[in-house]
Design a protein around this ligand. Structure first.
Ligand SMILES: O=C(O)c1ccccc1NCC(=O)[C@H](O)[C@H](O)COP(=O)(O)O
Length: 208
């Protein structure tokens, strides 16, 4: 199971997350309590091994601004967390993760044709477009509608519920932010425990 730790804002947490086995780390460049400057993100990214994805999270940002930040920071993937059109997605020169605030399967039917490499299933938006620490009903998701796209599951995951989430959705990757924080700050013990738990979960008798 691949793991993305999102909302990284300092070098130590980035380095430790990678050491604990994170496959991707996320930098939020949108309105958020976890918003990070491009200078800080660049510094963090420079300490992270090349095989770990550096994902930039954007909400309705302009194309030139995304491309500019991606190039400065050294992003490997762009996560679109707003209302970006398919044409917008196609214009980006990076692999795209399109986030969907899950509200039902009608929505998934249309996202099945969206030209993104990955679909990130998240909870309906709260105060911010993402990172709200809320779960949604995984049983409602009809994955057949997603056209075999690579699925990343997010939304209120933590050490205690991640096993059920993986069992029900069987995603390629899981994404967490609030669930590895204490009092709104990333907690290294929780990050370690979450990654260990997720990496040890057997799907169909095989450790993924
Ligand atoms: O994390 C944020 O603050 C955020 C703000 C605005 C747009 C997206 C944001 N996060 C994107 C993520 O990938 C989060 O990890 C994902 O929404 C899950 O968050 P959580 O429910 O807190 O685990």
């Amino acid at each position: 199971m691949k793991v993305k730790i999102c909302g990284i804002t300092d070098v130590t947490t980035g380095i430790q997350a990678a050491e604990y086995g994170a496959d991707a780390i996320g930098f939020v460049f949108a309105e958020s309590k976890r918003k990070v400057s491009e200078e800080r993100a660049r510094e963090i990214a420079s300490h992270i091994p090349s095989e770990v994805y550096k994902v930039g999270v954007f909400v309705n940002e302009t194309l030139p601004e995304i491309e500019r930040i991606a190039s400065i920071v050294g992003l490997t993937h762009i996560q679109l967390h707003g209302d970006e059109t398919a044409e917008f997605c196609q214009s980006l020169s990076y692999p795209v993760i399109k986030a969907v605030s899950f509200q039902g399967n009608e929505q998934l039917a249309s996202i099945g044709t969206y030209p993104a490499d990955y679909i990130l299933l998240d909870s309906p938006k709260g105060e911010y477009r993402g990172g709200n620490g809320k779960v949604f009903d995984w049983h409602q998701v009809d994955k057949n509608l997603l056209n075999n796209k690579k699925v990343i599951l997010a939304g209120g995951l933590h050490e205690e519920n991640v096993e059920s989430a993986i069992e029900i959705i069987k995603p390629l990757m899981i994404d967490v932010s609030s669930g590895v924080e204490t009092n709104g700050v990333k907690d290294l013990n929780k990050i370690k425990a979450f990654i260990e738990k997720a990496k040890g979960i057997a799907i169909g008798g095989e450790i993924k």
